[in-house]
Design a protein around this ligand. Structure first.
Ligand SMILES: Nc1ncnc2c1ncn2[C@@H]1O[C@H](COP(=O)(O)OP(=O)(O)OP(=O)(O)O)[C@@H](O)[C@H]1O
Length: 287
């Protein structure tokens, strides 16, 4: 499978949401990272043929999806950021309804397998209106997989999931990525770290990195530090540096800092993907 995005630009009036985006995705999980407003959802809407680019091309296994949107619509499963359900339907009824609309073959077997995959078999006959946010999200994942898509696109899928569900979900994504392209857009860097073989970072509508997580981490070696400070000194450290994490310890607060220069009294530490991501975005912490 191959998804080729070339020179894609998207303008809304005078505002540019995407500028000259060129990316090639192949089988595996690709993590799409970027701060608020970076253009992630816009890019996902373009590659799923829900929106047309203002300029540039997107090809699915060689076929231009702007000219032939059917090529991608038949291949894609999509879990949008805002996923609505019919509250009066049960999980099983909802999936059956969508399977009917989408012409899924052997829908009963497929729904059985998917309810099992997302751990909702025992809740299949409950109305969706009684589901927690995390359970609804799992229904969303199941519906995205109904047609056994070769391209699975998921936008912020772990929002609302508790830690146990998140880990379960990450494992499902990693497994799914073995035989298809999974594009996972998220703010939660550890989710990407756990699943993605490839990372694309957007900032201000442009691609600022596209490489394996280990390469991104390598680039921030020598720029991540830790030191212990008193509570009273914490504000000064925050004013002077990009602080990516603070942890309370016996002697005060352990502060993790991203900086190209060594901060006073700080020791170098091994960077994580989250550190590398902050370092890439000019060391400015974002939401
Ligand atoms: N329909 C639209 N009309 C006008 N501007 C839009 C529209 N959709 C998105 N934008 C703008 O395009 C830019 C990119 O938005 P987009 O939602 O793609 O970013 P994002 O990376 O998904 O952000 P977030 O992480 O907050 O969801 C933003 O400046 C946004 O305001």
């Amino acid at each position: 499978m191959k998804l080729d995005i070339e020179g894609v630009e998207k303008r809304y009036g005078d505002a540019r949401a995407l500028s000259d985006v060129t990316l090639r995705f192949t089988d595996g999980v690709v993590g799409l990272l970027g701060p608020n407003g970076a253009g992630k959802s816009t890019l996902l809407r373009i590659v799923t043929a829900l929106t047309e680019p203002t300029d540039g091309t997107v090809r699915w296994n060689g076929t231009d999806i702007v000219e032939t949107p059917r090529a991608i619509r038949e291949a894609v499963g999509y879990l949008p950021q805002k996923f609505g359900v019919y509250p009066n339907l049960t999980a099983e009824e909802f999936l059956s309804y969508l399977a009917g609309i989408r012409g899924v073959r052997n829908p009963d077997d497929r729904i059985e397998d998917l309810l099992d995959l997302v751990n909702l078999s025992s809740d299949r006959n409950r109305r969706l209106g009684t589901f927690s946010g995390g359970m609804r999200q799992r229904v969303g994942i199941a519906q995205a997989l109904l047609s056994d898509p070769s391209l699975l696109v998921v936008d912020e899928p772990t929002v609302g999931l508790d830690p146990e569900e998140r880990i379960r979900f990450r494992n499902i994504l990693a497994e799914l990525g073995e035989e298809r392209i999974v594009v996972l857009s998220t703010h939660i860097v550890p989710d990407v770290e756990a699943t993605a073989s490839d990372i694309a970072v957007l900032d201000g509508g442009r691609v600022v990195a596209h490489e394996p997580p280990s390469d991104l981490i390598d680039r921030s070696h020598g720029s991540v530090w830790e030191r212990v400070v008193s509570d009273a000194a914490l504000d000064d450290v925050r004013a002077a540096h990009t602080v990516c994490r603070t942890t309370r310890c016996r002697d005060g607060v352990r502060v993790r800092i991203v900086s190209d220069d060594r901060p006073a009294d700080a020791d170098p530490v091994e960077p994580t993907l989250e550190d590398a991501y902050l370092h890439l975005l000019d060391g400015r912490p974002r939401q």
